[in-house]
Design a protein. Structure first.
Length: 269
């Protein structure tokens, strides 16, 4: 019985990604496609789930039949994806790369990243991670996702976007949740070298990938069906005080975006 990575990853992908070694999460997931020689530097809240889903699907490598054969029939009928050996193999196939190994080992690869308007990104984080009421369910504990509990009462259910932004500004990138850490942090190694050389933007993602070279397009085939948030929501109007907080907190991102030398699909002012 032969199952492909495309068919196996759909149900388990999120679980596998959540189970990655914690020390790898600081620099984000860096995935490699050795056939098309493309390295994708993933940034949370930048269409990350859709991009990783398409990227992993397009590795399309058959799962070894011996792994499938070793699964008890009752488990195979229920879900072969739950088998530890298959999950381990899937994690290995994602070829996670340490950010300090990118330039020594992958300098000749196409190294790409997807960026987003800093305001739209942090607003998306607020909408996803903070509930309007102090509910506790599979996603939230007293109105916050579990990754925000370590910050104590700094983040709380029902907080306004500007209150959320003020709270985010109190947390340095070294301690930040990956979903509101500066985008620039995911794109540099410890020596400060920029790792990506080709950039796309959430706001124009599907069109950008469609216009890319064939090797990049091949890595993200099917993205249009997955990327239901392409374009995102327009950045909201915020007060002058909030905008000053935003620009101070994400100074690295604004500087990086201004340095790209390419037209941006959003206003940096």
């Amino acid at each position: 019985m032969t199952l492909t990575l495309r068919s196996l990853t759909r149900r388990l992908r999120k679980k596998v990604l959540r189970q990655m070694a914690p020390q790898r999460l600081f620099s984000g997931h860096i995935l490699v496609n050795p056939v098309h020689r493309v390295l994708y530097l993933a940034i949370p809240k930048c269409a990350n789930s859709s991009l990783k889903s398409a990227f992993i699907d397009n590795l399309d490598v058959p799962v070894p039949s011996e792994l499938i054969a070793a699964i008890p029939p009752e488990r195979l009928a229920f879900s072969p994806l739950q088998d530890a050996a298959v999950k381990d193999w899937m994690a290995q196939r994602q070829r996670l790369v340490d950010r300090n190994a990118v330039l020594p080992g992958y300098a000749d690869y196409r190294r790409i990243a997807v960026l987003r308007d800093p305001l739209a990104r942090v607003r998306s984080c607020w909408k996803d991670k903070i509930a309007p009421e102090p509910v506790t369910d599979s996603r939230f504990v007293e109105g916050r996702t579990k990754g925000f509990l370590k910050f104590g009462d700094l983040f709380y259910a029902g907080m306004s976007f500007e209150s959320f932004l003020e709270a985010v500004a109190q947390v340095p990138d070294s301690e930040a949740n990956p979903h509101f850490r500066s985008q620039a942090d995911f794109l540099h190694d410890d020596a400060g070298n920029r790792l990506a050389e080709t950039f796309f933007f959430v706001e124009t993602l599907n069109a950008g990938i469609a216009a890319a070279d064939p090797e990049i397009r091949a890595c993200f085939a099917g993205l249009g069906q997955k990327n239901i948030k392409s374009g995102g929501s327009p950045a909201p109007e915020i007060s002058g005080k909030a905008r000053a907080i935003l620009r101070g907190r994400y100074a690295k991102d604004y500087a990086m975006l201004a340095s790209l030398g390419t037209p941006l699909p959003f206003d940096l002012t």
